[in-house]
Design a protein around this ligand. Structure first.
Ligand code: LLP
Length: 421
């Protein structure tokens, strides 16, 4: 459920008409609903309520500091994968003891940043990383809390570009080698083993792969405890999928995911950490775009929008589907036409959808891409020197620009011409 509904003939974010925001901010823009973000975070909190838990929002899915502040104020932790994301979490007022640091390639500089600023735990992904972290911690005279990310070799049955839990993927340490790696971790100075970490992929639409992975983590917990490690936290990653169409998809509910966690891991008495991104942010955001032209092509009509693949890359990168709707509510029974919906970027891949039925739209009309809150703005680029798309947050009848559209002046100022040229 989200808070983007038609009211008085126009698509609203909560109590604000998207057309009103468009008139103030211009298009394209991302718009997020505070009520939806809150609701989705709360669904996870309720689902995990029977166990001690920390829900760490995966910042990579939506990293605007205002959004992080909203979730942080609700008590959320944060999952970060770079020094930049760490600084965003801190800028949002999230204390270090609620920040977990994931990622396969943490640099020594990033380790220092987090160890100095405060960190709940590093999710370590390789032995070289573990040794580097040990050195950095020793040089600072502190202990780095760690969980080792294990790769359970399960098939997440999702898009190959976002599956991470198979043995051929670059992530984590093969679970079969975990005991040996934990033994080294315990022997290294400057490290404190606190738990186990696992993340098998994103946009999972079934619980079964999670069940396989969590069952393996439960067995490993018992084995590591027998080896003398104090395993007190289990970080289960993110990955629960969302419905991208209104019609046929019904991914598992957070409640059922929580019940699965309780059933497979609850008896171990560990604190449960999860790192959801998409389920919190995905359906909390839309991308609003204006129609530049309607072009009659060879046997098809093109809707040329002012949003492009640089603003929302998911369709061209993963062949992802986003529902696209007219912002002005179509009259019941109004005629529709199949449109190829494209952006202005000079690539054929700049196509959002083919033969998508939409009401008869004209220049200047607005459309909204649904489910665009996750991996939307964060993956935007300035390809074709198109300014980064701005972000707007709505709460009730308030809205605010939470990231402004840069001016061309600002963009051009970032380049410099060497004097010897
Ligand atoms: N934890 C780790 C270690 C991750 O790598 C990810 C996502 C998450 C948590 C959050 O997963 P989520 O709950 O959002 O599924 N750009 C792609 C998705 C990439 C996901 C990368 N890792 C897309 O647009 O579909």
């Amino acid at each position: 459920m989200d808070h983007f509904l038609y009211k008085n003939g126009s698509l609203h974010a909560e109590d604000v008409a998207l057309s009103e925001i468009a008139a103030t901010v211009g298009t394209p823009f991302y718009c997020y609903s505070a009520a939806t973000l809150t609701r989705h975070y709360q669904l996870f909190k309720d689902a995990l309520a029977p166990m001690p838990n920390l829900v760490c929002f995966a910042i990579k899915s939506l990293s605007n500091v205002a959004v992080l502040k909203l979730l942080g104020d609700l008590g959320a932790g944060m999952d970060v994968v770079s020094g930049g994301e760490y600084l965003r979490a801190k800028a949002a007022g999230v204390p270090g003891d609620r920040i977990v640091f994931s990622g396969v390639g943490k640099t020594r500089e990033e380790m220092r940043l987090a160890l100095t600023g405060g960190i709940r735990q590093f999710n370590v992904e390789s032995e070289p990383e573990m040794r580097a972290l040990s050195e950095v911690a020793v040089s600072l005279g502190v202990k780095a809390p760690i969980a080792v990310r294990v790769n359970p070799d399960v098939d997440a049955r999702t898009h190959e570009k976002i599956a991470t839990g198979k043995s051929e993927n670059k992530f984590g340490i093969p679970i079969a080698r975990a005991r040996e790696v934990y033994a080294e971790a315990a022997a290294l100075p400057g490290l404190e083993v606190v738990g186990i970490d696992v993340h098998i992929g994103s946009q999972l639409t079934e619980l079964e792969p999670f069940e396989q992975a969590f069952t393996k983590v439960a067995e490993l917990t018992v084995a590591l405890r027998a080896d003398g490690h104090d395993i007190r936290r289990l970080d289960l990653g993110g990955g629960l999928g969302i419905p991208y169409t209104r019609s046929n998809e019904a991914p598992p509910l957070p409640m059922d995911y929580g019940a699965l966690i309780a059933r497979t891991l609850g008896h171990l008495g560990c604190e449960i950490e999860i790192e959801p991104g998409r389920l919190i942010s995905g359906n909390s955001g839309v991308l609003v775009s204006g129609v530049i032209y309607v072009k009659n092509g060879e046997g098809r009509d093109f809707l040329i929008l002012d949003a492009a693949m640089n603003d929302l890359v998911r369709p061209s990168m993963y062949g992802a589907h986003h529902d696209i709707v007219a912002v002005a509510e179509p009259a019941p029974g109004a005629p529709t036409l199949p449109f190829d919906i494209v952006g202005p970027v000079c690539e054929t891949g700049d196509t959002f959808a083919k033969a998508r039925e939409l009401p008869l739209l004209a220049e200047g009309d607005l459309v909204a891409f649904r489910s665009a809150g996750a991996y939307g703005a964060v993956m935007a680029s300035e390809y074709n020197t198109r300014p980064l798309v701005p972000e707007v947050l709505v709460k009730g009848d308030h809205f605010a620009v939470i990231r402004a559209r840069p001016s061309f002046d600002e963009i051009l100022k970032r380049d410099s011409i060497p004097e010897w040229l």
